[in-house]
Design a protein around this ligand. Structure first.
Ligand code: FAD
Length: 409
């Protein structure tokens, strides 16, 4: 089972393995690692061939980190055979999958962990004119658009749709970049020439956090010049403008879509039950009911009795749990029910401000202390030592010079 020299292309020889994992994000990666650690043979198939560390994508989009920091090559996972290819169909009875190139893979146990992707909610023009932030290529597209707007040397407006954690973090980072970093990098650029708008149907940003955290986040971003349009839906997106449901229209030289996600797992047979958000219904042991050797975890699944948020911490814990369950099943034991250890939630607001609700009781911390916690946690969560060092180096460099090495000039 070689794992050096890059992932195998789809269509290569496909011997059976103990465990076949589809999707190498937080859920699939940690399931594969844990199962391999327990002595099981593991094949991990992923459309991209690398894990994308989504929590730091906004820093790639705003030019604060290089893209290689968020991409972890799956062929580097010890003891795991990595295959690059997109799975188009899964046979739950046979525990086999078919890839888009027509090749097939089979495991004694099957783990589906294909995550979720952007949901444009059928808003006219959104798919054509708005930029999502879900993959490394999305982040690079946003950064390229930002650099084009700077090169045009004219005032511009950015509209961020969605004031959840992703929308707030990308807004805060762009605010830092246009007000502080870019004027030092491009001497004839003025941060005052850029307006960042945030639109959300909720009455406050960070709907999943307490009212104190929401008020703090809004205040910090407004002090940085961000304009909120709360209680509003986007009715349509056109080239150069966004129209709200009340009919008001605003200039939009770049639209970033952070308004929500939808699970789009491969076609499965027999088709399992799924929620309106596309998440496959699973039981308390994270298996698809009626299929004792098929697990479905992370953003693409939910236990209807106890739905959990679509978070990296949930996906990672579920992956580790399934890896252990497979070890138990190998010795004739049943998997145990999954129980989520709630570590809290956090959002970065600016280069020196964040908001954290720590632990099961969501104890609120904000300001510089929260910012330090955010940095430490995200550095620790990166799966690769080299990426961790590179990220910390970039953060220290930016904090001391107020410049970014990744924004050109
Ligand atoms: C911008 C952003 C910021 C975030 N910030 C945070 C944060 O700060 N904290 C936090 O806890 N969570 C955060 N999240 C959420 C977190 O990243 C997700 O909950 C987590 O990545 C889900 O893990 P997953 O393994 O289920 O899916 P993913 O990480 O999406 O991985 C799914 C994998 O499956 C592969 N795949 C998909 N379809 C197929 C197919 N048909 N065939 C083969 N492979 C396939 C994809 O290539 C991908 O590698 C953020 C999300 C985003 C988008």
């Amino acid at each position: 089972m070689g794992n050096s020299g890059g992932p195998e292309p789809a269509g290569a020889a496909t011997p059976d393995s103990d465990v076949l994992v589809v999707g190498g994000g937080f859920a699939g990666l940690y399931a594969a690692k844990t199962a391999a650690h327990r002595g099981l043979s593991v094949t991990l198939v992923d459309a991209q061939g690398h894990q994308t560390f989504q929590p730091l994508l906004y820093q790639v989009a705003s030019g604060l980190l290089p893209v290689d920091v968020v991409d972890y090559p799956l062929h580097e996972v010890p003891g795991v055979r990595a295959v690059q290819g997109r799975v188009s169909a899964a046979d739950l009875e046979g525990r086999s999958v078919t890839l888009e190139d027509g090749s097939a893979l089979r495991g004694d146990s099957l783990i589906l962990a294909t995550g979720a992707s952007v949901n444009f909610y059928d808003v006219p023009g959104a798919r054509e004119h708005a930029l999502p932030l879900y993959r490394d290529t999305d982040a690079l597209a946003i950064k390229a658009r930002l650099l084009d707007l700077i090169a045009a040397k004219a005032a511009f407006d950015v509209v961020v749709v969605g004031a959840g954690a992703t929308g707030v973090e990308v807004t805060g980072a762009l605010g830092d970049v246009v007000r502080t970093v870019l004027p030092r990098t491009y001497p004839d650029f003025s941060g005052e020439s850029v307006t960042i708008h945030v639109v959300d149907h909720a009455s406050a940003p960070l709907a999943h956090m307490s009212t104190a955290s929401q008020a703090y986040a809004q205040r910090v971003l407004e002090q940085a010049g961000v304009v909120f349009h709360l209680g509003s839906n986007v009715a349509r997106v056109d080239e150069g403008s966004v129209t709200l449901d009340g009919g008001a229209s605003m200039r939009a030289d770049m639209v970033i879509w952070a308004a929500g996600v939808r699970a789009r797992p491969p076609v499965m047979s027999p088709a399992p039950a799924a929620g309106s958000d596309g998440r496959v219904a699973i039981d308390s042991t994270l298996r698809i009911p009626g299929h004792p050797r098929v697990f479905c975890i992370g953003d693409c699944a939910a236990d209807p009795a106890h739905p959990l948020p679509q978070l990296g911490s949930v996906a990672k814990q579920q992956g580790i749990h399934v890896g252990h369950s497979l070890g138990r099943m190998r010795h004739g034991h049943e998997p145990k029910p999954f129980s989520y250890r709630d570590l809290g939630t956090m959002a970065m607001l600016r280069h020196d401000r964040a908001v954290v609700e720590a632990g099961r009781h969501h104890h609120q911390i904000d300001g510089v202390a929260a910012y330090a916690m955010w940095l430490g946690l995200h550095a620790a969560l990166l799966p690769d030592d080299h990426d961790r060092v590179e990220a910390v180096h970039a953060w220290i460099d930016e904090a001391t010079t107020k410049r970014s090495r990744f924004l050109g000039a």
